[in-house]
Design a protein around this ligand. Structure first.
Ligand SMILES: [Zn+2]
Length: 109
């Protein structure tokens, strides 16, 4: 694996949390931070954050997702709907994509 593949999940992936307080929960990846090996997942790893008062939003304490380690996540295959390990495959044009190890589907479509 190259450095760039340290984070195996990408923005838009549905993921399952494997450990920690959110174990068993599912969510959508909002952002990835490859340099830290972390991702931000919708509704997962929520923390209380103090926010400044903005134009229309009240200041105060809000729940926000915090980045979490991507190795605690498993991608849910959009084709077979199962949490799966990812393999790699090469398309005819040479593009390398991620593939579901269960059904073999290209999940980077
Ligand atoms: Zn699959």
């Amino acid at each position: 694996m190259s450095r760039l593949e340290k984070v195996h999940v990408k923005k838009g992936d549905q993921v399952l949390v494997l450990s920690g307080k959110d174990r068993g929960k599912k969510g959508k990846v909002l952002r990835s931070f490859p340099a830290e090996g972390k991702v931000l997942v919708e509704g997962i790893n929520m923390v209380k954050k103090h926010t400044r008062r903005k134009q229309r939003v009240e200041g105060g304490i809000q729940d926000q997702p915090a980045p979490m380690v991507s190795s605690n996540l498993m991608v849910i295959c959009p084709a077979c709907k199962a949490p799966t390990r990812l393999g790699r495959m090469q398309l005819k044009d040479g593009t390398r994509v991620r593939a579901c190890k269960k059904c073999g589907e290209n999940i980077d479509k």
